[in-house]
Design a protein around this ligand. Structure first.
Ligand code: PMP
Length: 344
């Protein structure tokens, strides 16, 4: 930030320092005090802005990236958008290899941010030369001065949250946080924040959120996983069918799994109770808070921070579409869509 003026040097100055907002209604029947760290306030609308900026600036420090260099990643989601955003300001090319399941809307969003997008067939194995992993690796090998972010296996992902999100939460709660609840995908957010918080106060409990169909909870509990437990689910960005090295399981106390349906309803509830328009995994985190509450995890003095990873605008065709909810079978007789629109 420019000293003594209200002017930011560029949009990257606005990454991080997201608000911590007290939840007043959605958690009213739960024991304890609940606060949302709303990462949708980042300029790229998710916490992935933090890792994009941190990893790219680390590569600059190491002399790998120079003006005109190339940033490569394999994602159509939040990380892709954030990498494209940081690349624009820094003057790098951004290449994103995505699989053909990515919606046209998502590809258009990445193109709008100046990225070059390679759409790779979804139904080939990871080691097929046409898979998005292999395409990204090949482009990285062929492109001088390029960096392959590889967020699932990059320790800098976790370090970014250790250096920014963790200290922010500690400061915003005056060091009084007792519990952290966070979704785990790459595990970067939960592991980085947990490590920082536990260094300040080892008593802080770290409660992970996983999806049915993912292996993280089982792996955390047993050190192994059963391939039969892997099946497709709807929530994007949460859970995994492999073990990412960016996850530090030692700093996570426990995991709880949530269903696609409950997470979708909780996200919609967050909007109409708290005015927080968030993504699918934010609903998953609130749902997990309710399940942990049922398990007797909190008392009246508990100060529980929920990380809400992204903004709701990316989910208009999914959880915020009544048609999509109906197609999934998520509306039953009791949970009817709100009939809020009248056509004249
Ligand atoms: N929520 C959303 C919407 C995400 O895109 C991700 C990233 N995969 C996560 C949660 C999980 O965050 P992390 O990768 O840091 O574990």
């Amino acid at each position: 930030m420019t000293q003594n003026t209200g002017i930011s040097n560029n949009i990257l100055d606005l990454i991080g320092s997201t608000p911590l907002i007290k939840l007043n209604k959605i958690t009213k029947n739960l024991t304890g005090n609940f606060y949302a760290k709303y990462e949708g306030f980042n300029p790229g609308h998710s916490m992935k802005d933090r890792i994009a900026l941190y990893i790219i600036e680390e590569a600059e420090r190491q002399g790998i990236l120079k003006k005109g260099s190339t940033v490569i990643e394999t994602t159509s989601g939040n990380t892709g958008f954030s990498m494209a955003l940081v690349s624009i300001i820094k003057g790098y090319k951004c290449i994103l290899a995505v699989n053909s399941k990515a919606s046209a809307g998502k590809i258009n969003m990445l193109k709008a941010m100046g990225a070059k997008v390679y759409v790779c067939p979804a139904h080939v194995s990871a080691d097929d030369p046409r898979s998005y992993y292999e395409v990204a690796k090949r482009l990285h090998n062929e492109t001088a001065n390029s960096v392959y972010i590889n967020q699932y296996f990059n320790d800098l992902n976790t370090e970014a949250h250790y250096r920014s999100t963790g200290p922010e939460i500690w400061k915003q709660t005056n060091g009084e946080i007792t519990h952290l609840i966070a979704a785990s995908g790459t595990g970067g957010t939960i592991s980085g924040v947990a490590k920082y918080l536990k260094e300040q106060n080892p008593k802080v409990k770290v409660l992970g959120v996983d999806a049915f169909g993912s292996i993280l909870k089982k792996f955390h509990e047993t050190g192994e996983f059963d391939k039969n437990e892997i099946y497709p689910y709807r929530i994007e960005g949460l859970g995994k069918n492999l073990i990412p090295t960016a996850t530090n399981f030692d700093v996570i106390d426990t995991f709880e799994k949530v269903t696609d349906e409950s997470a979708a309803h909780r996200a919609r509830e967050l909007a109409i109770t708290e005015g927080l328009f968030t993504g699918y995994t934010s609903g998953a985190v609130v749902q997990a808070a309710m399940q942990y509450n049922e398990m007797g995890m909190f008392n009246e003095n508990s100060k529980v921070v929920l990380i809400l990873p992204d903004h709701g605008s990316r989910y208009m065709e999914k959880i915020y579409s009544d048609d999509w909810m109906k197609e999934q079978g998520f509306f039953d007789a009791k949970k009817q869509a709100h009939e809020q629109v009248e056509y004249i």
